[in-house]
Design a protein around this ligand. Structure first.
Ligand code: CP
Length: 333
């Protein structure tokens, strides 16, 4: 990961510790703290051996009531690579929720077993409920169509690594902008970072929710335009963030089938894009990026996957108050 950034990089003495708090959204975390997490992730990437015992003796619980590959496994490998251990479940049918247990009771229970919890749940607001019941830090690993804050850290780390900055960018977000929680988290966080021109590319049925548009309108420096035409705007973009049409959040299968292949990014479409445009996708993909694009140097989505592990290592250690050996000293040089 590149450590280049155009924002004033604060010294560690300016950064309020995250120790002991939950992360349901990034909205209530100061931007200096978010940038510090990105710096920590970059440090971890180049100091893997030094940080390997940072969380010795700690236990992470992953409570995944919804399918996941990247988020759950990256949370888990993050804790293992910091020296800690992992418990949890993937699939609520295997846990006592299948017997009718509430989220609150589950979190009150798991707080006795783990030092930190990551929870994914299909209902918006579930992570907030979990954080209010738990006595240990809770991280939102995705709550319905609402927010996915650690994916946003992943996306920011990748944009910063590719573009060297997080503002003065034209960023296209394409696909399911209604149900794509990663889109909502990313836009609302970028709005706090300075000038970004958003190009919101979707079919009419999958446009960006009004509360997200309102966040852009109320930011001092950001603009947006909405379009259905990816080909017409691709040449303007510094970053193209593709998303999957979220089948699991559709009520009507016919609508899903009609909309799922609206946008398919392939080598032909990329001919009109800038040579340094970064292509991101939170994954999993279905058809929206042709496999041939994986070989294009502009494809950043597997780098994004790796950054997901690094930012979760940064976040877990910060919430636990476990100092990364050598990080503070390097930051103050
Ligand atoms: N990006 C993301 O949330 O992937 P998973 O659903 O595999 O966790």
């Amino acid at each position: 990961m590149s450590q280049q950034v155009d924002h004033a990089s604060k010294t560690s003495s300016d950064v309020v510790p995250l120790r002991g708090r939950s992360v349901v959204t990034l909205d209530d975390i100061p931007m200096t703290q978010i940038l510090d997490l990105l710096d920590r992730a970059a440090y971890i990437d180049t100091h893997r051996r030094q940080v390997a015992h940072t969380c010795d003796g700690r236990v992470l619980a992953t409570l995944f009531y919804e399918p996941s590959t990247r988020t759950r496994l990256s949370f888990e490998t993050a804790m293992l690579r910091l020296g800690g251990q992992v418990i949890g479940f993937a699939g609520a049918q295997l846990a006592s929720v299948s017997k009718g247990e509430s989220i609150s009771d589950t979190l009150k229970t798991v707080s006795n077993y783990a030092d930190i919890v990551a929870i994914r749940h299909p209902k918006e607001g579930a992570a907030l409920v979990a954080s209010q019941a738990a006595t240990v830090p809770v991280i939102n690993a995705g709550d319905g169509g609402h927010m996915h804050p650690t994916q946003t850290l992943t996306d920011l780390a990748t944009i910063r690594a590719r573009k060297g900055r997080l503002n003065h960018l034209t960023i296209g977000l394409c696909g399911d902008l209604t149900f794509g929680r990663t889109v909502h988290s990313l836009i609302t966080t970028l709005c706090r970072l300075g000038h970004v021109d958003f190009v919101l590319i979707s079919p009419d049925e999958l446009r960006t929710p009004e509360y997200v548009l309102e966040r852009i309108r109320s930011s001092a420096d950001c603009t947006y335009r909405e379009t259905g035409d990816l080909n017409g705007v691709i040449g303007d973009l510094d970053v193209l963030y593709m998303t999957r049409v979220q089948q699991e959040r559709f009520f009507n299968e016919d609508d899903y089938l009609r909309l799922r292949d609206t946008y398919i990014l392939d080598a032909d479409k990329l001919r009109a894009a800038r040579p340094d445009m970064a292509i991101l996708h939170p994954l999993p993909r279905v058809n929206e990026i042709a496999v041939e694009v994986d070989h294009d140097p502009r494809a950043a989505y597997f780098q994004q996957v790796r950054n997901g592990m690094l930012v979760r290592m940064a976040l877990e250690s910060a919430l636990l108050g476990d100092e990364l050996p050598g990080y503070r000293e390097q930051k103050e040089v």
